[in-house]
Design a protein around this ligand. Structure first.
Ligand code: FCB
Length: 559
């Protein structure tokens, strides 16, 4: 994936400034912004992961910061001294080792799971009355997905779901996180449910329960019905009500057997990538759409939470947030402040609205008019989640741009935070840094800042593309090593007081990895994408042992 990103949103900016600050300011900003486009993330070391998440965050805050009066903006800017401080890299000074040989025991009722998502595994894209989703439309648009791949068939789990559950069983899992395809239930996003869609998930739930595996249901993992996108998508406030209706329908249909629900998977990822960066469905590139979609999703989180609880009062409801530990690049004060802004933007943009009924304070300014925040909305966003789901893969290094950098890079003038991937740890095959400390750091921080909530690790995993050897065995020691270290980090956080209830490896099987198509393999089981045949990898066998024994042994003795 190209590290260099361009985004044209000066029209949006002009609109945003007009609505926020009036013509005078808008003109001033417009002059400074007299550029064909913004060039963000020019540094070659930016990874796909950062592009997917942090890029949009930068642009979001660019809009926010641009709307600030000049004095306020400079108040959170870095001094040029930050450049000097950069020569003392803090991030490299405290790597923590998670690869010792000590054994770790987990509590008896710990959930050992894997996670999947409907569009990534099901296929059956137009079967049994299913409506079109934004991912169907997007993947059928030439040039959007690597190698022209689509999720039309994916892993064919629409027909092979029994095999998937057999795999989960073979891995001794007691939790299986999967998502419901909204357009399979409501083909055009509203109205009566499609009974064939309900039946499909109902059978899966029954089979999981029979196998003594907890069905852990994600209601929205990015596949919005296309009809709702045509009506304005997530930037349209009405989508929050449509979502609440759909949640209620699912609570009615499965809530007698499903007790643990995830409202959204990674809201910041699908809002950023889908509405601002445009690299994911529905492929829009608009700052205003991004801001409005963010607010609708926060409203939908509140409305969905209430709909579920009204229908099934004893249900446990959370969201799976995409998180990253934000480390200051140096010990300087500007970099420390930058890391706090990175944390607010990356980790709290959808969490604080739910738990505290507000947008993160570290952002200092909220473009309320542009986001169409109405009176009473802050209360509507509240959702006292029963658990916080954390998806974490890597860390982020935050630094404050120097005055010179801010003058020479528009984005850094607007938004005084630079975010980059760490460079010290080993890289997975898709270039993400392996850094278990990040999981420890974020779990302990969320635990501390939100009064020790129940936490589920709803995703963590690594892309390693090892395939079958001559004898058909898939040897993937690097994946074993990854999960072992990340589990050590979880155990350390628990020892330090965090209430972690479960760990879900991404993923049960290799699958369709969004814009990357089938080129990244995250599974504990290998999928031959021609035959759809599944084969448990060495890592799957290792994880099965961990789950059975509730214990992580050394790699050598377990593998
Ligand atoms: C997460 C997504 C999941 C998968 C993994 C690798 O951000 O939630 O669907 O793509 O990354």
């Amino acid at each position: 994936m190209s590290a260099r990103r361009r985004l044209d949103f000066e029209d949006d900016h002009a609109q945003l400034y007009n609505s926020l600050t009036g013509q005078k300011t808008a003109k001033r900003i417009k002059q400074i912004d007299a550029l064909p486009s913004y060039h963000l993330f020019e540094e070659p070391h930016f990874t796909l992961r950062l592009t997917r998440r942090e890029f949009a965050h930068s642009a979001l805050a660019a809009g926010i910061a641009a709307a600030l009066p000049a004095g306020v903006l400079s108040g959170c800017s870095a001094s040029s001294k930050a450049g000097t401080a950069n020569s003392v890299p803090l991030a490299s000074s405290r790597p923590r080792q998670f690869d010792d040989s000590s054994e770790i025991l987990f509590p008896r009722n710990f959930f050992w799971g894997t996670a999947t998502a409907a569009y990534q595994i099901e296929g059956g894209w137009n079967e049994d009355g299913k409506g079109e989703s934004i991912w169907d439309r997007f993947s059928h648009t030439p040039g959007k997905i690597k190698n022209g791949d689509t999720g039309d068939v994916a892993c064919d789990s629409y027909h092979r779901w029994r095999e998937d559950i057999a795999l989960a069983r073979a891995m001794n899992l007691n939790s299986y996180r999967f998502s419901i395809s909204w357009p399979r239930i409501q083909p055009s996003g509203s109205g009566p449910v499609n009974s064939k869609g309900i039946d499909y998930y109902s059978r899966i739930v029954d089979a999981l329960l029979e196998a003594r595996i907890r069905p852990f249901v994600t209601l929205y993992h990015w596949d919005l019905p296309q009809a709702l996108e045509d009506a304005g998508g997530w930037p349209n406030r009405d989508t929050a009500s449509r979502f609440a209706d759909y949640v209620e329908a699912m609570a009615r249909a499965l809530g007698d057997r499903v007790s643990d629900w995830i409202l959204f998977n990674e809201p910041s990822a699908f809002v950023d990538l889908g509405y601002l960066e445009g690299t994911h469905a529905p492929g829009r590139k608009s700052l205003l759409d991004f801001l409005r979609a963010s607010h609708t999703v926060n409203l939908a989180q509140g409305a969905g939470f209430r709909a579920l609880k009204a229908t099934r009062p004893s249900a446990r409801v959370g969201t799976a947030f995409s998180m990253s530990a934000c480390e200051p690049a140096t010990g300087s004060e500007p970099d420390r402040l930058a890391a706090e802004r990175c944390h607010a933007i990356t980790n709290l943009w959808f969490l604080e609205p739910a738990l505290k009924g507000r947008y993160p304070e570290a952002l200092a300014f909220l473009p309320e008019t542009a986001m169409r925040i109405k009176s009473g909305d802050l209360d509507q966003m509240r959702a006292p989640l029963d658990f916080i789901g954390i998806n974490l893969y890597y860390r982020t290094i935050a630094s404050a741009p120097s005055a010179i950098e801010r003058l020479s890079h528009t984005q850094e003038w607007l938004f005084p935070v630079k975010m980059a991937g760490g460079q010290q740890g080993p890289k997975t095959d898709n270039g993400w840094e392996v850094w278990p400390q990040a999981l420890y750091d974020i779990v302990t921080r969320i635990s501390r800042d939100f009064n020790r909530p129940p936490i589920e690790i709803t995703e963590s995993g690594c892309a390693y593309n090892d395939g079958p050897d001559a004898s058909g065995v898939i040897r993937d020691p690097r994946r074993i090593h990854y999960h072992r270290q990340y589990l050590q980090a979880v155990a350390a956080a628990m020892a330090d007081g965090a209430d972690v209830r479960g760990y879900h490896a991404w993923s049960l099987i290799d699958n369709f990895e969004w814009a990357e198509g089938f080129s990244d393999r995250f599974g504990l089981a290998y999928v031959d994408f021609k035959t759809k045949e599944r084969t448990v990898k060495d890592s799957g066998r290792w994880y099965a042992k961990v789950a059975a024994e509730n214990r992580v042994e050394t790699v050598t003795s377990a593998a």
